[in-house]
Design a protein. Sequence first.
Length: 157
Amino acid sequence: MTNERAEAATTDESVPERLTAEMARSLFDAMEVSENPDFSFIEQHYREDVRFQDPIQQLTGRDAFIEMTRRLMDRCQELRAVVHHAAGSDEVIFLQWTMEMKIGPTPLTPIEGTTKLVLDADGKVALHRDYFDLWGDSLTALPVVGTAYRGFMRLLE
């Protein structure tokens, strides 16, 4: 086997490069409502058996994760994310973000959060964990419920 053929045999261009903090930042920054969303980034960089968890739900599997993301996009009239900080290593990536969403008659609601992506030995996401204040960020945006929630929180001060 020639050197050239040996290199070709060991180089598989279909294998995506390891996920980095900057690549993850680009994915989140590009999130928005679209009629035909592109989930190829998830398909390339998330394991087939990825686990996802946030304050609302837990699920397992890349297809389930994509379907959950699709449902969120379908419910939102507006959706965008801005990553403020991204840091990581070969094993874990952290993103600090603000996501703004508009669902139904509610105003555009900002939600502050952090994502932890745990990577496997191949650099694919094995665990995607989102942390955010579901009650504070979400409820305060609702006209009647938000007023009651803010009043209740003042009582606790």
